[in-house]
Design a protein around this ligand. Structure first.
Ligand SMILES: Cc1cc2nc3c(=O)[nH]c(=O)nc-3n(C[C@H](O)[C@H](O)[C@H](O)COP(=O)(O)OP(=O)(O)OC[C@H]3O[C@@H](n4cnc5c(N)ncnc54)[C@H](O)[C@@H]3O)c2cc1C
Length: 109
């Protein structure tokens, strides 16, 4: 049972996880169970090479950033549950209860 389930381990998903992770001591996040499906196979970043991004060494591969992002999240905010190697097939239900069905499991929110 999760309070938040983030779908996708690209820039948007990982940024969301980092923001929620960094807010762990705030009242709106305390005691919340947060997970992210860190599927990265289809990220646009897989094909990217960075030459003009502030703070990123020119020539850095997007695929490297993707790998590093999950490692950094695990190190910095280990209370965020990473769910690797699962693709979301459908989201069922309506607010406030949803079921997220992947190719391997299903998760309640
Ligand atoms: C060739 C190229 C070069 C680029 N260069 C730059 C650059 O230099 N600087 C820059 O800022 N931007 C660059 N971009 C753009 C950058 O890649 C995108 O802006 C960024 O990836 C968008 O992030 P996103 O999280 O929205 O989408 P994505 O990174 O595409 O992430 C979506 C994630 O969701 C996952 N996903 C999809 N379907 C499912 C599912 N059913 N279940 C679970 N997970 C799923 C995917 O695997 C993926 O990891 C480049 C893009 C390309 C293609």
């Amino acid at each position: 049972m999760f309070d938040v389930l983030i779908i996708g381990g690209g820039v948007s998903g990982m940024s969301c996880a980092l923001v929620l992770g960094s807010a762990k001591n705030k009242t709106f996040v305390t005691d919340k169970k947060i997970g992210i499906f860190t599927h990265q196979k289809n990220s646009s970043l897989q094909e990217a090479i960075f030459y003009n991004a502030y703070g990123i060494t020119p020539g850095k591969l997007g695929s490297e950033l993707l790998t590093e992002s999950t490692q950094d999240l695990a190190t910095t905010y280990p209370h965020i549950t990473q769910i690797p190697n699962e693709k979301v097939m459908k989201v069922e239900g309506s607010y406030p209860e949803f079921t997220v069905v992947t190719n391997k499991n299903s998760y309640k929110t």
